[in-house]
Design a protein around this ligand. Structure first.
Ligand SMILES: O=c1ccn([C@@H]2O[C@H](COP(=O)(O)OP(=O)(O)O[C@H]3O[C@H](CO)[C@@H](O)[C@H](O)[C@H]3O)[C@@H](O)[C@H]2O)c(=O)[nH]1
Length: 473
């Protein structure tokens, strides 16, 4: 009998790839005999960055990686101020024929039960069907964002203007709180932009798949889960089943910046606020200084991940930067000396999941990337929500207004946050009644996350329903 296999196609962005690998590991933990194959496309920014990660997964798990032929995007596109999502869509489009070849070749050796793709990969939606393989999506953000994207084609048909021109208008999507138009995911703000068209197309395909697997759990987003399951987000057709199997969290690479954890060992329980802004978050020099002043004035203990500000290489994040100045040249004079008893600044990267789970950490200032949110929830650490890009402003609305596990960092219209706001929010989170309330709520949600994953819990049951659906197929 042919061996059974699953083929997965993540978006090349590290935050998406890591989640997909975790899904693969989860499936393997229940079905060790299944063969998992992950197709790897070229990351359009920071080339080579995912290679060490892939090498370490290959060395420690039976997951097979298939590297698709490398795509070189024209420098004009790389250096333009276009959305980084546009680059991702372009790479995926150019790799489409290679996906067919890879699937075809894997299907010569295995019986492929399903093709599981990232929501960015819809350009290959018709490819598995040519080989009679069912396609599912793995959605690496939450159920509320899925509800929004499923409903996007409807809202597109019923409105004429770009969201960015609907200032202060509240938009209504089934199952999610009313969303101020400017809090919509960044790539859909302008309907004339190429990236909007790509996302709109993807949204249409999400509704045509054999199912949407979501990295969330029912208790975290009950209204969105219900609205999708009740078919409210796709009013003009059937909605595929959803499988909320999370929270799936990747272990941290604790060999990277281990000094964070040793420093945390010396701090009192629950006393440190951790500031970290995802894999792509960058601030201007002016903004970094403002954060430093706010942190200093707050008097709180802190662990802060600082990166070099963006340069003219808009689409090439940190590792591609040409210069890498010392941290003290980025922060106010004397900052390190004055805060050395209660603060640690690390350059570029900290082992975030391990940091959040350290007993000394009591708060998290985050850009609201979904993996960061799930890591904070699973560690029971309350947040201050400071969104920067992608769907993060939408996530802030959800975290602050719906789930009530974060305080809002309020920025000016151009996105700048002054030191007074930083001081106020950090103090509020770490030492106020409001902070205490969201801490209690976060701990309750953490317990629910554990229950969801345990045998008989909602995520456990959803995963087994997914396995059943493959048997039937
Ligand atoms: O110093 C750092 C910085 C990041 N991380 C890890 O990197 C991941 C970052 O993921 P996430 O918080 O989801 O942020 P992004 O990398 O920005 O993820 C992209 O993908 C997410 C999932 O779709 C979206 O929610 C985000 O908005 C989008 O930007 C997390 O696991 C972090 O623990 C670290 O370990 N150390």
């Amino acid at each position: 009998m042919e061996m059974e296999a699953l083929v997965m196609y993540p978006s090349p962005h590290i935050g998406h790839l890591v989640s997909m690998v975790e899904l693969g590991k989860l499936i393997l933990s229940h079905h060790p005999s299944i063969s998992i194959h992950i197709l790897i496309t070229t990351p359009p920014y920071k080339p080579g960055d995912t290679a060490p990660y892939i090498a370490s997964v290959s060395a420690t798990t039976p997951i097979n990686f298939h590297r698709l032929p490398t795509i070189s995007l024209p420098p004009s596109l790389l250096n333009s101020s276009t959305h980084h999502e546009t680059l991702t869509f372009e790479v995926l489009r150019l790799n489409k024929p290679d996906v067919f070849h890879a699937l075809h070749s894997i299907s010569n050796q295995f019986r492929i039960q399903a093709f599981i793709m990232d929501s960015f990969c819809s350009v290959v939606f018709d490819v598995p069907a040519q080989l009679n393989i069912p396609s599912l999506y793995f959605f690496t953000s939450g159920a509320a964002v899925l509800a929004l994207f499923l409903y996007l084609p409807t809202i597109h048909r019923t409105t004429q203007k770009s969201f960015k021109y609907l200032k202060n208008t509240l938009l209504h999507f089934p199952g999610v709180p009313p969303i101020p138009s400017l809090d919509m995911p960044k790539p859909v703000l302008d309907r004339d932009d190429e990236v909007y068209k790509n996302i709109l197309d993807s949204s249409i395909y999400l509704a045509k798949s054999a199912g949407n697997i979501i990295n969330t759990f029912e208790y975290l987003e009950p209204r969105a889960v219900e609205a999708i399951s009740d078919g409210l987000c796709v009013p003009d057709g059937p909605t595929p089943p959803i499988y909320c199997i999370g929270p799936l969290i990747a272990p941290s690479d604790v060999d990277r910046a281990p000094e964070c954890l040793t420093w945390l060992d010396t701090q009192p329980k629950g006393s440190v606020v951790f500031l970290c802004f995802g894999s792509l978050g960058l601030f201007t020099m002016e903004q970094l200084k403002e954060i430093a002043v706010g942190l200093e004035r707050s008097g709180q203990r802190f662990l802060w991940v600082v990166r070099h500000p963006p340069s003219q290489y808009q689409n090439l994040p940190i590792s591609a930067e040409l210069e890498d100045p010392a941290l003290d040249s980025l922060l106010p004079e004397g900052f390190f000396e004055r805060t050395k008893e209660r603060g640690l600044v690390v350059k570029n990267w900290a082992p975030q999941a391990a940091v959040l789970n350290h007993v000394s950490v009591g708060g998290f200032v985050t850009h609201c990337g979904w993996n960061s949110v799930l890591e904070a929830v699973s560690a029971g650490v309350p947040m201050v929500a400071w969104p920067l890009y992608a769907e993060q402003r939408f996530n802030r609305v959800l975290l602050v207004e719906e789930i009530k596990i974060a305080l809002r960092m309020t920025e000016s219209e151009d996105g700048f946050v002054n030191s007074t706001e930083v001081e106020k929010r950090v103090s509020e989170l770490m030492a106020s009644k409001d902070g205490e309330l969201i801490r209690e709520r976060t701990l309750a949600v953490k317990n629910e996350a554990e229950a969801a994953l345990s045998q008989g819990g909602s995520s456990y049951v959803a995963l087994h329903k997914l396995f059943e659906s493959w048997k039937r197929g």
